[in-house]
Design a protein around this ligand. Structure first.
Ligand code: PAF
Length: 290
């Protein structure tokens, strides 16, 4: 495969010029927003973008406003050189890698108030997280003016929040949500997996295992959400993972908790394995009613 390094763009003004030129040539623009430390999950979004759009922009920006003061902003992996090398094999046109001052210049004081669906789950445990996510995503959408923006389903709530924001604020971009990419043993790909020690990496398999157990129970006809959650919790206890923010069965559109499973529900997990906070989710589908 011939590799062609993408053009590295550091400012919003240069990005606007680059995508305006592509648009004038009649090209569709795909945007893949990331915080870097790219893995196969990100690359699946890049592949979707290059398959569906004529010109692909990957943004790499560790967004400070979505981290709480006690979170991992400082230690979040920053691997720009390696990320650019990886992207060279994927037909990416532009990598937008701005500084924090470029995205939040002195005096910048406007933030997006996230939609209702941001309140529970991640929103309850990370109170300003979605305010930061919505603000940066809207700024990236305004800077890149994409036809389609690509996000991963691993951040299930984030995808719902961004879809709702785009609809509510009349953003003329399609939001495409792509499947979770997992390691062969089931662990969902995440830039934070590299924080895990080998023992923690083994313990972390409880997330995907408990989702699989829940899927099997629901597919077998279990309709009591409390029973499914109890079975999942039992697996966490056995794995010695006790620092759980939430285990939830919820409506896939609103994230309202479900008591009786009468249609597809989403199982969502957030927990800490050692000091590393991990999330995962899966749609659970009951058997058809006869
Ligand atoms: O999912 C992420 O990596 C980030 O939340 C995003 C969408 C790039 C915004 O910083």
């Amino acid at each position: 495969m011939t590799s062609l390094a993408p053009q590295l763009i550091p400012t919003c003004a240069e990005l606007a010029t680059a995508v305006a030129q592509a648009s004038q040539q009649g090209k569709t623009i795909g945007l893949v927003p990331t915080m870097g430390a790219l893995h196969a999950g990100h690359l699946s979004l890049v592949k979707a973008s290059t398959a569906e759009c004529d010109c692909t922009v990957v943004s790499i920006f560790v967004n400070p406003t979505q981290f709480a003061p006690h979170e991992d902003l400082e230690k979040y992996p920053r691997t720009l050189k390696r990320d650019l090398e990886l992207l060279a094999d994927y037909n990416v046109d532009f990598v937008f890698s701005p500084s924090a001052d470029e995205m939040y210049p002195a005096g910048c004081s406007t933030f997006v108030d996230p939609p209702e669906v941001a309140r529970s789950l991640e929103g309850a445990f990370r109170p300003d997280h979605f305010r930061g996510v919505c603000t940066i995503v809207l700024k990236l959408l305004n800077a890149a003016r994409p036809t389609i923006a690509f996000f991963g389903r691993k951040d299930f709530q984030q995808a719902l929040v961004i879809r709702r924001m785009a609809e509510d604020l009349n953003v003329p971009t399609n939001i495409s949500v792509q499947p979770i990419i997992r390691e062969p043993d089931g662990l969902a790909m995440s830039s934070r997996n590299q924080y895990l020690s080998p023992e923690e990496r083994a313990q972390a398999l409880v997330l995907s295992r408990s989702l699989h157990a829940a899927e099997t129970l629901v597919a077998g006809g279990e309709s009591d959400a409390a029973a499914v959650l109890a079975a999942m919790k039992e697996l966490f206890d056995q794995a010695g993972v006790t620092d759980i923010d939430y285990l939830s069965l919820a409506c896939p559109d609103t994230l309202a908790p479900v008591q009786t499973i009468a249609g597809p529900v989403v199982a969502l997990i957030a927990c800490r394995v050692g000091a590393t906070r991990l999330i995962d989710n899966q749609i659970l589908t009951p058997p058809p009613q006869i």
